[in-house]
Design a protein around this ligand. Structure first.
Ligand code: AMP
Length: 135
């Protein structure tokens, strides 16, 4: 499947590459939330996390951890957000699996969305539906 990230992998589109191994590739986001914001992708294609094979997930996660440690240390960040947007409604724009590694600094003003209170009945009802799917 051709996406902007497959073109980055093939070298057709330039990037600021920071890491590569047999399976994973990482580069800086062109529009960073904070400097050092990186994207970690598998060299194999899946649209997102939910359709990725277990092999892809098992091989990608250590690369994400390695990149996140390097990003945090290199930028002097106090923390990192590791985020994957799954589906257009969740903010996904590039349909080649990728994890954002975003360095975070105290007082950087990057806000999370806010949760909403839920009643015990509502939580129980949705919990039951999810448990049924998990078997
Ligand atoms: P998402 O919304 O989770 O699909 O994230 C896609 C990310 O890819 C965005 O943060 C973009 O800024 C980033 N992006 C798009 N094109 C490029 C590019 N050519 N090089 C680096 N990052 C890119």
């Amino acid at each position: 499947m051709e996406t902007i990230f497959s073109k980055i992998l093939s070298g057709e589109i330039p990037c600021e590459k920071i890491y590569e191994d047999d399976f994973a590739f990482a580069f800086l986001d062109i529009n960073p939330v904070n400097p050092g914001h990186a994207l970690v992708i598998p060299k194999t294609w899946s649209a997102g996390f939910l359709d990725a094979s277990e092999d892809t997930i098992c091989r990608l996660i250590p690369a994400i951890q390695k990149v996140a440690k390097a990003v945090k240390e290199a930028t002097g960040a106090e923390g990192v957000n590791i985020i994957q947007n799954e589906g257009a409604v969740a903010g996904q724009k590039v349909f080649h699996l990728h994890f954002h590694v975003i360095p975070r600094h105290a007082g950087d003003g990057r806000e999370h969305w806010h949760g909403n209170p839920i009643s015990a009945e509502e939580a129980k009802a949705v919990g039951e539906k999810i448990r049924a799917k998990l078997g």
